[in-house]
Design a protein around this ligand. Structure first.
Ligand code: HEC
Length: 182
């Protein structure tokens, strides 16, 4: 086969391709007005509160399933590290000072919004319940949606292992730490 023949074959193949794809494109162009319903595309609109919090995602978070089981492997050291995000507003020593937020000694297992000497928001005071592991993890994952209108200006921790470490650490801040879930 010489170069001239090769050229002919290549030419034939290219022509065929041109007919196949060119024809198809032409058909698509002709057909177009029927297919395009709306120009452009719809921007995703965040659902939820005024700040655009993903309400659906928050509702789907199940601390009992996603965080509490991780407590078995959580470390107090990891929790101490994570707690650096909290020290500007919370002390943890027994009888420690009130800062922007209440002292957190003994927080695991205690009543929500009831510690003496701190002026909780009405939202926190009337929330009810106790800070068990699941409740704490849910709150620390998303303070704003867990206790709407509470005053803790903290965005939340989205990493489940970090939350578990934090719980393991908070648990130790007590005269008699509540037992770990089994
Ligand atoms: C910018 C300051 C700030 C930061 C940072 C912050 N908190 Fe708070 N926290 C508050 C305030 C203020 C309240 C009281 C909220 C209210 O009364 O509505 C609070 C309340 C709480 C409560 C409820 C206490 C109770 O007795 O009911 C817990 C638990 C808590 N914070 C844990 C944490 C942890 C853990 C972190 C870090 C991951 C953290 N907070 C970071 C300010 C802060």
């Amino acid at each position: 086969m010489n170069a001239f023949e090769l050229n002919k074959i290549a030419g034939a193949v290219l022509t065929a391709l041109l007919i196949i794809f060119g024809g198809k494109t032409l058909l698509e162009i002709v057909d177009r007005p029927h297919k395009v319903e709306k120009a452009g595309y719809t921007l995703p609109v965040p659902k939820g509160g005024p700040a655009g919090a993903p309400a659906a995602a928050a509702a789907a978070f199940d601390a009992q399933k996603e965080v509490v089981p991780l407590l078995a492997k959580a470390t107090v050291e990891g929790g101490q590290e994570a707690f650096k995000k909290c020290v500007s507003c919370h002390t943890v020593d027994k009888g420690g000072a009130t800062k922007n937020g209440p002292n957190l000694y003994g927080v695991v297992g205690r009543d929500v919004g009831k510690v003496a000497g701190f002026n909780f928001s009405p939202a926190m005071q009337s929330h009810g319940g106790k800070w068990d592991f699941a409740h704490l993890a849910t709150y620390l994952n998303n303070p704003r949606t867990t206790v709407p209108n509470n005053r803790m200006a903290f965005p939340g921790i989205k990493d489940n292992a970090e939350l578990a470490d934090l719980l393991a650490y908070l648990r130790t801040l007590s005269d008699s730490p509540v037992p770990l879930p089994n």
